[in-house]
Design a protein around this ligand. Structure first.
Ligand SMILES: *Cc1c(COP(=O)(O)O)cnc(C)c1O
Length: 356
């Protein structure tokens, strides 16, 4: 039995893998593979339509919010967002919470001015900045709701920032209930919590578009994708299909409210165990801990190696920390079972008893 704690691409529901692999051979009993049908056909169009509709339903979105599935990963959104929303002479407000926020900041500077309105840099990104003050003239406020590498997560959203709110939700999309309509743009690479690599979700309030002066290349203008129902060019059909299956799975489980309960159980079990074992330490401030990506360490390098070896032998995959921070990281995305968290917490307890 493999327990997959990979940070991304990462674990997906077994049912999704099964159905996706069946459809590679024979999609909907057509005798054709999902990989060999036109995207503008009565076979694929319903897949895209259902994927978009499921996002609308799962997030309870109003009619101002449009759902798009685009190419290029979340990294393309780092530049596409300022290209569509930020004039050259304007300021965009960004929060600086770690590796991913910094990448977003870097790209925004190609298009206008960036003001950092909250930073966790001085804390080595182990906290989430509180009491953000956003200039009312800012084109938007950008936050990274979950920092996948640092292991921090926003638990109080700056809904009342007074300017359009933009969020990178790549690593906690659809993991918890939020007031999704209070965000003006949400984006997420699918490969962490909602599907295979190759597509990203963009939810955008159409009222914030069309306000920049620059000319926007066709493929990078959200308005064109909205007009074409997310089929401006050939979409990544297989990645959209896998996302649709994952969204269906989530809906059948009871939606975001139900998955949030499970995610809370997993995170509580993990962090309660961590806090009870002095051998293991969590660098992140307790109130800012991520329920998706838990980062932890053992101060002794030899014991760190030994614990990783045990994990490997027991079929636990993806426990090693990101190369930039070391230590351990486990990702507890929607499709990871409580059982997998039980397995690693038991290993931690046994290890601490022996070495403590
Ligand atoms: C993984 C990740 C990204 C990058 O996603 P790509 O799809 O690889 O471009 C951006 N932001 C966050 C928070 C991530 O976890």
């Amino acid at each position: 039995m493999i327990h997959n704690f990979n940070a991304g691409p990462s674990v997906l529901p077994k049912e999704v893998f099964e159905e996706a692999s069946r459809s590679v051979l024979n999609f909907n009993n057509t005798g054709l593979s999902i990989l060999e049908i036109g995207h503008r056909t009565p076979l694929f169009e319903p897949v895209m339509a259902e994927a978009r509709l499921l996002v609308k339903e799962l997030m309870s979105l109003d009619n101002d919010h449009e759902v798009l599935f685009l190419h290029g990963g979340a990294t393309t959104q780092f530049m596409q967002i300022p290209m569509n929303l930020l004039n050259e002479n304007e300021v965009a407000a960004y929060t600086e919470t770690g590796t991913w926020a910094n990448k977003a900041i870097k790209e925004a500077k190609f298009f206008g001015h960036v003001e950092i309105v909250g930073s966790a840099k001085a804390d080595n990104y182990t906290t989430i900045p509180k009491e953000i003050v956003t200039p009312p003239t800012a084109a938007y406020l950008h936050i990274t709701t979950n920092e996948t590498i640092a292991g921090t997560q926003w638990h109080n959203m700056p809904y009342d920032c007074g300017v359009p709110l933009v969020a990178d939700m790549s690593s906690d999309i659809l993991s918890r209930q939020l007031e999704f309509n209070k965000f003006d743009l949400i984006y997420a690479g699918a490969q962490k919590n909602m599907g295979a690599a190759g597509v990203n979700l963009v939810v955008v309030n159409k009222n914030i578009l069309g306000k920049v002066k620059r000319a926007i290349p066709t493929i990078l203008d959200y308005r064109n994708h909205i007009a074409e129902k997310s089929m401006l060019n050939t979409p990544p059909v297989f990645a959209v299909y896998v996302a649709m299956l994952t969204l269906r799975w989530l809906k059948n489980k009871g939606g975001v409210a139900a998955i949030e309960k499970e995610n809370n159980k997993k995170a509580k079990l993990f962090y309660d165990t961590l806090d009870a074992l002095p051998l293991f330490k969590g660098p992140v401030a307790k109130e800012d801990r991520s329920k998706m990506n838990a980062v932890f360490i053992i101060e002794d390098d030899n014991l760190e190696k030994e614990f990783l070896e045990i994990c490997k032998n027991e079929g636990l995959v993806g426990v090693k920390g990101h190369r930039s921070v070391g230590g351990f990281r486990i990702s507890m995305y929607n499709a990871l079972s409580l059982e997998s968290v039980k397995v690693i917490t038991e290993l931690m307890k046994n290890f601490a008893n022996k070495k403590g």
